[in-house]
Design a protein around this ligand. Structure first.
Ligand code: COA
Length: 394
């Protein structure tokens, strides 16, 4: 068995058949491989690894080069995708070997963290990943926002095709949300460029010349649904401007369906609004994202609460060991631990604390570690609950 990194140009002949077989309806129409080949310029910076036997590709994995905000600290992130194996080569450990190689390589190339969307969370939990929230969708009739129809708001919304709205939509994510929002992640410019030509409308909200909100969307039918992607806003005014834009579709669409973060409360958007807010996680198509730490020492400078503790992370090639974690005026300092550890948490358990999704008690009840009562208080204070918002989908 040969494991190797391939170029973007090689992906079409090697990875495309496995991916197309795994993820899209098949047999696929003639011409799909050519279309895939055209797209490969957007994968030039992607790290793609394959397992080959006698010239045949049997399994593949890839990582997009991304950036992510984790508690205010920006990191290079490996966005794992394209995980697939040949049906007759499954359960031979090929994907396990490829993923281990990929995560090690991405860590060595500077990625402190990694994220992915699982087909089955339990599969990736064994690689140290832990779940973070999937987005919610809010579905409501535009009438529910009627109070905004004639409201005078200090700003304006432009309605644009994606090709014209891309820079504002992408810029809001790169310049504002990435730096302000825990869990937010963006692709590098090479990968992101493909979205410029997506068939979406974009509503861009500006106030005082600044982009304060952006949402891409499609109109499904006259009298049908306006289906929007994430409601991206820099502040409450940005949200109000975008909602006002939706309200103005009152005689055109029957429903607006929009993706929101777990901390949005759509029933508070209007007095008489009727809204269904739901989060759907199922297998294999709607997995909640998962994350993990790849490099403990790179976490220096993370914004944490007060405290100091020594923890052991067992059995992990990348993040394993005994670590001293100290808060110095609210900034995390990570060093190799010399004292006996006060808690033992798996890399998934530690990642859950770092990303703010589980309390130390939940780390124990989920079977992700052993945390004695004294350590529960310290870890809870240092890593308070704070829900990450991952919008990038891959
Ligand atoms: C999911 C998939 C990539 C697994 O590939 P594979 O080559 O069978 O994986 P491996 O043999 O390396 O399995 C690694 C480990 O996970 C286990 N495993 C594999 N598939 C599993 C599953 N569906 N559920 C739970 N465990 C699974 C294996 O038993 C093995 O365990 P071990 O480490 O104790 O030996 C493959 O089935 C596939 O291509 N599926 C369709 C596409 C897909 O869903 N991709 C994932 C997108 S996120």
């Amino acid at each position: 068995m040969k494991f190797r990194q391939i170029s973007a140009a090689e992906r079409t002949a090697t990875m495309f058949p496995l991916q197309a077989y795994a993820f899209v309806p098949s047999p696929w129409p003639a011409g799909d491989a050519e279309a895939n080949s055209e797209r490969m310029k957007f994968f030039e910076s992607t790290v793609s690894l394959v397992a080959e036997e006698e010239g045949q590709t049997l399994a593949a994995v890839a990582a997009f080069r991304m950036r992510q905000n984790v508690r205010g600290r920006l990191h290079d992130m490996a966005g794992v995708a394209s995980v697939s194996s040949h049906p007759s080569a499954r359960r031979r450990g090929l994907v396990r070997e490829l993923l281990n190689r990929l995560l090690r390589q991405m860590r060595d190339e500077g990625c402190a963290v990694s994220a992915l969307y699982p087909f089955r969370a339990g599969f990736y939990a064994r690689f140290g990943f832990v779940g973070i929230p999937r987005y919610r969708t809010a579905a409501f009739a535009p009438e529910g926002l009627g109070h905004l129809l004639r409201a005078e708001l200090p700003g304006e919304v432009s309605w644009l095709p994606m090709s014209e709205g891309f820079d504002a939509w992408d810029g809001l994510q790169r310049r504002h949300l990435l730096t302000h929002r825990h869990g937010f992640a963006v692709f590098d410019d090479v990968r992101a460029a493909e979205f410029r030509d997506d068939k979406y409308w974009v509503a861009v909200a500006r106030s005082g010349g600044e982009v304060v909100g952006a949402v891409r969307y499609r109109i499904k039918s006259y009298g049908g649904d306006l289906v929007a992607d994430h409601l991206l806003c820099a502040n409450p005014l940005g949200r109000a401007l975008l909602l006002q834009f939706f309200a103005r579709h009152v005689d055109q669409v029957s429903r607006v369906v929009v993706k929101v973060s777990t901390d949005e409360v759509p029933e508070l958007w209007g007095t008489d609004i009727e809204v269904i807010t739901e989060g759907k996680v199922d297998r294999p198509s709607h997995g909640g994202p998962m994350v993990r730490v790849l490099d403990m020492e790179a976490l220096d400078g993370t914004a944490v609460g007060p405290g100091a503790i020594t923890v052991e992370i067992p059995d992990d090639e990348l993040a394993g060991g005994v670590w001293r974690l100290e808060s110095a005026d609210g900034a995390l300092k990570v060093s190799k631990g010399t004292a006996a550890p006060s808690a033992r948490v798996s890399v998934g358990g530690f990642s859950a604390l770092l990303y703010g999704v589980l309390d130390p008690v939940e780390v124990v009840t989920r079977g992700l570690g052993e945390v004695p009562p004294e350590a529960v208080a310290t870890l809870g204070a240092m890593f308070p609950r704070e829900m990450p918002y991952l919008v990038a989908d891959f």
